[in-house]
Ligand binder design. Structure first.
Ligand code: NAD
Length: 292
């Protein structure tokens, strides 16, 4: 019999990741609090479940791709959650970006009832999810990592075991501050380039060929010049990540002036109604500042 995956959280990322597991030949049981989120996957052969317990009971592995810490805690500790209804395979992989500390607490509670938990947050955006080319940052026990790896390999192409529980989340938070400050840098060069009358389309192209090139400039730069604020990764989620980065920095007593500043700028974007826009929409904050 083919192996059973329970996939919980079918948003921008989760739907694409679950589709790749289906395409790989697994039986996939899906659940989302938005009932309609399952419909396209069901058309591709997935089974919709009414709650976590129903999705997880027969699963070899349970995967979550949820917005934030409270939703993951609900999946684990809720009345129909994993602690009360342990999945058959006793392996749980959280691929959301959440608090490393909360992750360690959840892994300890699950471990006490014999369920292995891995934290395995990702980078690469909706395109990386669609192409199964995500970078996956894993924390937890080595043997659990080995059991999860075949499943992860259908969602990502760079898969690293980085240490004990929480190490994946800590690495992802280091990743996120680079993303945020990189977008900020692109916004600043656009603001200055525009004021100087430079052809910004050509400027982006020549930057891509040199040391200023980046994933952000390549994938989001052209849209930023066209005023595209569509959400691949929402500003609200970026603010959640930056909060987690600064919490971790405070716990470790590491000053992060760049992260602190870009957090304030993302708050500015949200205060002006942009929380649901994509993280590249930081250019609007710069447009306002420079009167463009
Ligand atoms: P999303 O909001 O599009 O998807 C989250 C899904 O979870 C939604 O469909 C929502 O209905 C569902 N959900 C919420 N609470 C639930 C619950 N209690 N039970 C079941 N389902 C529930 O978010 P996303 O962009 O797919 O991001 C998911 C996670 O991945 C976040 O932690 C985010 O930070 C991280 N992430 C996102 C991106 C990106 O580019 N969008 C990239 C890397 C990592």
């Amino acid at each position: 019999a083919s192996r059973v995956v329970a996939f919980i959280g079918l948003g921008i990322m989760g739907e694409r990741m679950a589709a790749n597991l289906l395409a790989a030949g697994y039986q996939v049981r899906v659940h989302d609090i938005r009932i309609e989120a399952a419909s396209r996957l069901v058309a591709q052969g997935a089974t919709a479940a009414a709650d976590v317990a129903e999705a997880a009971s027969e699963a070899d592995i349970v995967i979550t791709m949820l917005p934030d810490t409270p939703q993951v805690e609900e999946v684990v500790r809720g009345a129909r959650g994993l602690l009360a209804h342990p999945p058959k395979g006793r392996l749980y992989v959280d691929m959301s970006t959440i608090s490393p500390q909360a992750t360690r607490a959840l892994a300890a509670e699950l471990g006490a009832v014999g369920i292995d938990m891995l934290d395995a947050p990702v980078s690469g955006g909706p395109l990386g999810a669609e192409r199964a080319s995500l970078s996956i940052m894993v924390g937890g026990a080595e043997d659990a990592f080995e059991r999860a790896k075949p499943f992860l390999s259908h969602m990502g192409s760079t898969i690293f075991h980085l240490g004990d529980t929480g190490a994946g989340q800590a690495t992802k938070l280091c990743n996120q501050l680079v993303c945020a400050i990189n977008i900020q840098a692109i916004c600043e060069s656009i603001a200055l380039g525009r004021a100087c009358g430079i052809d910004l389309v050509r400027m982006r192209e020549v930057l891509l060929g040199g040391a200023a090139s980046s994933w952000m400039l390549e994938n989001l730069g052209a849209g930023m010049l066209e005023g595209n604020v569509d959400a691949g990764f929402r500003i609200d989620l970026m603010l959640k990540d930056l909060r987690l980065v600064l919490e971790m920095a405070q716990q470790q007593c590491v000053p992060l002036p760049g992260t602190s500043l870009v957090t304030t700028q993302y708050l500015d974007a949200k205060a002006h109604g942009g929380g649901g826009e994509g993280n590249q929409a930081l250019f609007r904050v710069y447009d306002r500042m420079s009167g463009q």
